[in-house]
Design a protein around this ligand. Structure first.
Ligand SMILES: [Fe+2]
Length: 253
């Protein structure tokens, strides 16, 4: 068991990507290698023998204290934890499936706030212009322990575990929508594949993808996103009302 440094509770990483919060095991949902087959650079990597491998565990609607549930519910926000294994999927480091969020209001989709608690992540963000795979921006955001990254409105996102240990990350997101994995499945992943060694390879299914841009923009956090939310939930109203996001975070640059 490994103690994860975070102020909101005593979080421990156990065997098989398991998490314990304040001594209680959290109930999670696994994402298997076979689930990611549609978005892999090399789908032939998935075989009958390895298809059932757990790539990451998702722990949704986590609360450190039962009294916090009401605060999350009142503000239509949930707090999730994800633990991603450190492994290669052929030449790609382990990654999430990738998804987009629906619109919270005309022209603006729901944003999301992530924070790395342990390990190293690279977030691949892309702004999709239309249903034919046209992407206007492709952002790469690298994050280590404590770093918080905002997924701006209208950006789809994939997380890659680029570290050599399991990645533990947290997120705050609206409870008013379900994620849409379709665009990533239809086009076999994001417009670029992040390969081992940090190499970016264009995905041939996208017409004319834009040049990738590295962004260092981190979202300011006082303690951790959980503690900050419980302390001042109104400052996270942007999760349901994207017009409340500061201009500099709207495009992630
Ligand atoms: Fe998301």
């Amino acid at each position: 068991m490994q103690l994860i440094n975070c102020p909101f509770g005593k979080l421990k990483l156990g065997e098989d990507l398991g998490l314990f919060l304040n001594g209680t095991p959290l109930k999670g949902e696994p994402r298997l290698l076979r689930d990611l087959k549609p978005v892999l650079r090399n789908p032939g990597f998935v075989t009958d023998q390895n298809a059932g491998k757990v790539l990451y565990m998702m722990y949704r609607s986590v609360v450190a204290e039962p009294t916090h549930s009401k605060t999350f519910r009142m503000h239509s926000v949930r707090f999730d934890l994800t633990v991603m294994d450190s492994c290669l999927l052929d030449r790609e480091p382990n990654k999430t499936l990738g998804h987009v969020h629906p619109e919270a209001m005309p022209g603006l989709s729901y944003p999301e706030l992530y924070q790395v608690l342990h390990g190293r992540a690279t977030y691949l963000l892309q702004r999709i212009q239309d249903g034919r795979g046209r992407v206007s921006d492709f952002l790469i955001v690298e994050a280590g322990p404590g770093d918080a990254v905002l997924i701006p409105p209208n950006y789809g996102h994939v997380t890659v575990n680029v570290g050599e240990s399991p990645l533990v990350m947290a997120n705050l997101v609206s409870t008013r929508f379900s994620s849409n994995y379709g665009p990533y499945k239809d086009l076999r992943g994001a417009s670029y594949y992040l390969l081992e060694g940090g190499v970016l390879e264009p995905n041939p299914n996208y017409p004319d993808p834009p040049k990738p841009v590295r962004s260092n923009l981190k979202y300011p956090v006082s303690k951790d996103i959980y503690t900050d939310f419980i302390c001042c939930p109104k400052s996270y109203s942007f999760l349901n009302d994207p017009t409340r996001i500061g201009v500099r975070y709207c495009r992630g640059q």
